[in-house]
Design a protein around this ligand. Sequence first.
Ligand SMILES: [Zn+2]
Length: 368
Amino acid sequence: MRYDKVLKFLLFAFVVGSVLGLVGGLTLGGSRTHASPSTKTAAGKADTTTSTAADEETAEPMTAEKARAIGANEMGMIPVLEYHKITKPEDQTAPEPDYCRSALHFKQDIELLMSEGYYPITVKDLATGTIDIPAGKSPVVLTFDDSSPGQYRVLDDGTIDPESAVGILQAASRDGRWPLKACFYVLLDVNPPDNILFGQPDLQQEKMRNLVKWGCEVGSHTYTHLNFQKSTEEVIRKELALSKQKIESLVGDDYEVYTICVPFGEYPDDISILQSGEYDGVSYTYGAALEVTGGPSPSPFSSKFNPMRIPRIEVQHDALKQAIDNLKKNPDLRYISDGDPAVISVPATLSEKLGTLKEKLGRPVITY
Ligand SMILES: [Zn+2]
C-alpha cells in the first residue's frame, strides 16, 4: 500500500516537475512547491529522488548557507507608503501642506529607497506573498490615494508630465534599477471632478490601461470616497461592487481588482462585508484592504499579517526617512529577500515583534 502510494507520487511529481521546468524554468524550490500537494512524508521522499533531474535544468536550490550569506529575513517588516497629491515645484510652499508631496521630494523619496536597497512590489504581491525581487533587496509598496491629477498628468503635446508621479516613476525605471510598480486607488464620482480618475476625462481609460500594462495595481477607493462608518450596509455593498466593476471594465483584458483602500481608514464594523458581497446582481470579492496609518506592515508570512488590515506609512514631512532609518537601526526587523519567491528564508531566531511563521504557507521554509 505505502510503496504503491510513493510510486504514484513519484510519477506525479516527475510529470508535474517536467512540465513546470519546461514552461517556466522554475527553480527546484518552485517545482517542489507546486508538485507537492500530497502528504509531508511523500513530499520529503520525492525531494531526494527528483533533485538530480531538476538540478540539471534549473538554478541551484536555496540553502541555509546561501540564505545566511544574503542575510535573508522574509519575516521582516515591509513599508507600505501612502501618497496623496504630488504637487508641481512651482506650487510648493514651505512648509509642505499635509497630503501633498512636491515632485522634488517624491523624486528624492525614490532615490532614497533605491540607495537603501528597496525594490517595489504591489499590494497584491504583498497580500499573496508573491515577493519576487532580487536577493538582498527589501520590498516596498508605493500607494497613491484619490487619483488627483498630479499623480498622472498628460501634457498638451501628449507626453506624460515628468513632474507627475507617473512621470517621475517612469524616469526612475529607465535604467532598469527601479521597476515601474505602484498602486493607485482611484475615485469614480467625487467633487472636485479633478479627482475622478486623475482628471482629464478623455484620457481616463487610456491611463487606467497604461498603469496595468506597466505593472501597476489599480484598486478601489470606492465610488465616492464613502465613509463606511457613516453608511448603510446596502450603500457599502453598492460602492464596493460597482467601483470594482467600473474599474475592471475600464481596464478590460480580464483585469481583476484585488484591493480596497478604505477611505479615511474608517472600516465598517463587520469587515467581512469588504471581503465579498453582492449588490443588484453584481458580486464582488476583495483580497486585501488598506489602512491609513499604522507603520510598516508585518510580513505576509507572519502570524501578525492580516491582508484586510494592511497598515501604511503616510509620507509627509520626514516620515519616510524616519521609517527607513528605523529599519536601518533595527536590521533584524527588516524584510530581506532571498531572491527565490518559491522558498521562504528566515533566521532561526526572530525578534518577537515579527510574530511567528504562519502555518501552511504552501512552500518550503529554510531557517538558518
Ligand atoms: Zn482617500
